[in-house]
Write a protein that binds this ligand. Structure first.
Ligand code: SAM
Length: 343
C-alpha cells in the first residue's frame, strides 16, 4: 500500500458507498435472486436473467456487485449463494431477513431520501415519500393489505432472529402467564412457550394484525399455549398476566402515549409480577449502537433511550429492580417488577 493510499479515510469512503451497497442488496432480494440460487449449483447471469425476467447486462452487474459485497460466490461456472445468503437472504431461510429488507427498500429508503427535509423540519417525511401525511404510524402501515403484510413480515423476521436471546436474557420460569402487548405475529410468544413449557402467552395487537396472523404461524407445531387477542392497548382492557411484554413498542411513541400505556400496565400488573422490555438499549452517551441512532432518523414521535433513561421511566410507573441485559443480538432486554405497595 502506497503512503498516500494508507492515508485515505477508509471509513468515510465506505460510508460514501454505503447507500449503493444497501440498494444492491435490497434489489437483489426484491428480484429474489437469492431464492433462485438456493439449492442450485452455480448459474450464469443469462440463466438467472431469463428466469427472473430482467436484462442480461443489468443482471450481470448486479450479480457482480453481490459477489463484490460477499453475498454471492462467483466461479467460472457462474454465481452461487454464500451460506449466509442461504440463511438470511432467501425468503424462506430459517432466519430470513428478507421481510425486513423489503420493508427497508419500500418504506425506509423513501423516508431517508428525504432526510434533509426531515432534519430541517424535525418531522417524519411521509408526505414527501408517499404523498400522504402520517397520522398514526400503524394506521399508515395497515391502510392496505400489501403494506400490512410487508410490515408484518419485516417485524416477524427481526422478532424471529432475536426471540431466543430475548426469551433467555432472564430466567422467566417463575411466570405462568405472559401477555405480549403489540406482539404482532407471535414470533416471540412461540419462542417463549418452547423455552418455558409451563408458560401460556397471549399476544395482544390491533384487530388488523390479528386478522392476518395465520400466514406467520409455525407449521406442524401445537400452538395451544399461544393465543391471540385483538384490541387497542391505549384504550381497551389489557388481558391479565403475570408477565407483561413490550417488544419494540416504547420507542415508537411520544411521552404522552407512553404515559397512557405504562399507567395501564402498572394498574393491572400485580405487585411482584413483572414487565419485560425488548428494545435496543443505547449507551449513556447515546451514540451506540449506531443502528439505534440511525433508526431515530426516521423521526417517529418516539425515541431511543439509554439504560438509565429506561430505568427512570419504569420506576416512574411503579416498577423496580430494573435489570438490563445487553444481548449482543439486535434487541436487548430489560426486566422489572411491580413494587409491593408496602415497599
Ligand atoms: N412486538 C413485535 C416485535 O418486536 O417484533 C412488533 C413490534 S412493532 C414495531 C409494534 C407493534 O405494536 C405492531 O405489531 C403494532 O400493530 C402494535 N400496535 C401499535 N399500536 C397498537 C395499539 N394501539 N394497540 C395494540 N397494538 C398496537
Amino acid at each position: 500500500v502506497s503512503e498516500s493510499a494508507a492515508k485515505l479515510p477508509s471509513k468515510i469512503l465506505e460510508l460514501m458507498d454505503g447507500f449503493r451497497a444497501s440498494k444492491a442488496l435490497f434489489v437483489a432480494c426484491k428480484l429474489k435472486i437469492f431464492d433462485h440460487l438456493k439449492d442450485k449449483g452455480p448459474l450464469k447471469a443469462v440463466d438467472i436473467a431469463n428466469e427472473i425476467g430482467t436484462s442480461v447486462c443489468g443482471t450481470e452487474r448486479l450479480l457482480d456487485a453481490c459477489a463484490a459485497l460477499g453475498l454471492l460466490e462467483k466461479t467460472s461456472q457462474g454465481y452461487r449463494n454464500t451460506d449466509s445468503a442461504n440463511t438470511y437472504l432467501t425468503s424462506d431461510g430459517e432466519y430470513s431477513l428478507h421481510g425486513y429488507i423489503i420493508h427497508s427498500n419500500d418504506h425506509v429508503w423513501p423516508l431517508f431520501t428525504n432526510l434533509e427535509s426531515a432534519v430541517k423540519e424535525g418531522s417524519r417525511q411521509n408526505h414527501r415519500a408517499f404523498g400522504r401525511k402520517a397520522e398514526d404510524l400503524f394506521k399508515d402501515y395497515y391502510h392496505s393489505w400489501e403494506v400490512k403484510q410487508r410490515f408484518m413480515a419485516a417485524m416477524h423476521s427481526i422478532a424471529h432472529l432475536t426471540a431466543r436471546d430475548v426469551a433467555t436474557a432472564f430466567d422467566l420460569s417463575q411466570f405462568k402467564s405472559a401477555c405480549d402487548l403489540g406482539g404482532c405475529t407471535g414470533a416471540l410468544a412461540h419462542e417463549l412457550v418452547q423455552i418455558y413449557p409451563n408458560l401460556k402467552v397471549t399476544v395482544f395487537d390491533l384487530p388488523e394484525v390479528i386478522a392476518n396472523i395465520s400466514y406467520f404461524q409455525p407449521s406442524g407445531q401445537c400452538t395451544a399455549p399461544v393465543t391471540f387477542v385483538s384490541g387497542d392497548f391505549f384504550k381497551d382492557n389489557l388481558p391479565e398476566a403475570d408477565l407483561y411484554i413490550l417488544s419494540r413498542v416504547l420507542h415508537d411513541w411520544s411521552d404522552e402515549k407512553i404515559h397512557v400505556l405504562l399507567s395501564k400496565i402498572s394498574a393491572v400488573c400485580k405487585p411482584g409480577n413483572a414487565l419485560l422490555l425488548a428494545e435496543i438499549v443505547l449507551d449513556e452517551q447515546k451514540t451506540h449502537p449506531p443502528r439505534a441512532v440511525l433508526q431515530s432518523l426516521s423521526m417517529t414521535e418516539g425515541k431511543q433511550r439509554s439504560g438509565s433513561e429506561y430505568k427512570q421511566l419504569l420506576e416512574k410507573y411503579g416498577f423496580t429492580n430494573v435489570e438490563i441485559k445487553i444481548t449482543g443480538n439486535l434487541l436487548d432486554a430489560l426486566l422489572c417488577f411491580k413494587k409491593n405497595l408496602s415497599s
